[in-house]
Design a protein around this ligand. Structure first.
Ligand code: NDP
Length: 338
């Protein structure tokens, strides 16, 4: 493709992730541009438009009405989970490719609809699993593929944050609202070890079980802590925990018949990769990349080359179905097929 070509994005939802992570990454990119800023706050949209030189600042109503449609080629959706579908529907109607944040939606049924509307309109869809461009995770995946650990046997993963310190102290935030979020610890955080296990193992879940616990009053309607176990089609078991209200931390490891690989921290910034085989062990720092820039540039390259990007909607649906299976298991106490 012509190296001067760029993809112009409409950024929908100017919250924490968009303003802190995505906008700086796009300003740094030579493949992507910010074409439009879409927000419920005109003040924020106009301020960011002026700061970034974007062509348009749009309200959600204007976006849905197709205003400013010539100012962008693709739509990035980073709003509360339950609203991803409505923005994807409009993007598809307008013939724009979609980069949708994880989790795709609040339920498998709504995520299926999201995939359908993009398919029917013939627009590309990618889900924002930034771990797929993380160099430490990719190194781990290569080592597993090359047989470094022998046959993989077990994955262990954790992802914890203190939502009141890392996100916002607001007890009314959407992450604690079942209708807007679809759940909390599992769908927001447990999705990291779940999806990374799929990516590293190149295998998909066949069944899952889990338990949730919500002792804190602000988590009355959603899961504060989750622990779950997933059986993969290659025979591996993944044992994972996630918490929305605990000391921040993340770990991810793959144990095989001959060795073990561990990432710590796994899902926040710079990762340490420890490799073990028999009695030998070594640790390497894996230099981080700007994951958002990497992800957006990759997506833009695929669009410019008229090729489908991934992880696609079908990939994201597997997580949504697994998450539903785990929530069902937490209710019934039974193991649930995916
Ligand atoms: P924030 O709460 O910081 O921002 C969400 C934004 O969505 C708000 O600022 C608002 O933007 C807009 N919005 C639209 N409707 C509503 C509503 N009813 N209630 C509240 N906000 C609304 O969330 P995050 O930026 O942390 O998360 C957004 C999405 O990105 C989620 O799907 C999340 O899972 C995902 N995410 C992905 C990460 C990753 O690493 N890939 C990391 C963090 C989040 P405005 O004020 O402009 O209208």
């Amino acid at each position: 493709t012509d190296s001067d070509e760029r993809v112009r994005f409409a950024l929908v939802g100017l919250g924490w992730f968009t303003t802190e992570m995505v906008v700086p990454a796009l300003r740094d990119s030579d493949r992507c541009e910010i074409g439009a800023l879409v927000s419920g706050s005109a003040e924020k949209a106009v301020r960011l438009r002026d700061e970034t030189g974007a062509a348009r600042a749009l309200s959600y109503e204007e976006f849905h009405a197709g205003e400013g449609v010539d100012a962008y080629d693709a739509v990035y959706i980073a709003t509360p989970n339950a609203t991803h579908l409505e923005f994807a529907e409009t993007a598809a109607d307008l013939g724009k490719a979609v980069l949708c944040e994880k989790p795709m939606e609040v339920s498998a049924a709504r995520a299926e609809r999201l995939v359908e509307v993009c398919d029917e309109a013939g627009v590309q869809l990618m889900v924002g699993y930034r771990m797929h461009v993380n160099p430490a995770v990719r190194r781990m995946r290569d080592l597993v593929r090359e047989g470094f650990v022998g046959d993989p046997v077990l994955v262990e993963g954790s992802m914890c944050q203190n939502v009141f310190e890392q996100i916002t102290p607001d007890p009314n935030q959407w992450r604690l609202d079942a209708d807007l979020a679809g759940g909390s610890a599992l769908i927001d955080l447990g999705i990291y070890p779940l999806n990374t296990a799929r990516f590293v193992l190149d295998s998909d879940p066949v069944s899952a079980q889990g338990t949730t616990r919500s002792p804190h009053e602000h988590f009355a309607g959603v899961d504060q802590h989750v622990s779950f176990e997933v059986a993969f089609d290659n025979g591996v078991t993944a044992a994972c925990v996630a918490s929305q209200y605990a000391q921040k931390g993340s770990e991810f490891s793959v144990t095989g018949t001959e060795g073990k690989l561990t990432l710590s921290p796994a899902f926040f910034g710079e990762a340490q990769l420890t490799v073990e085989r028999g009695d030998a062990a070594a640790a390497f720092s894996v230099a981080p990349v700007n994951e958002e820039r990497e992800e957006f540039d990759y997506f833009a390259d695929r669009l410019l080359a008229d090729r489908d990007p991934g992880p696609d909607g079908a990939h994201g649906l597997v997580d949504m179905r697994t998450i539903e299976a785990i929530y069902e298991s937490a209710e019934t106490g039974e193991r649930v097929a995916v």
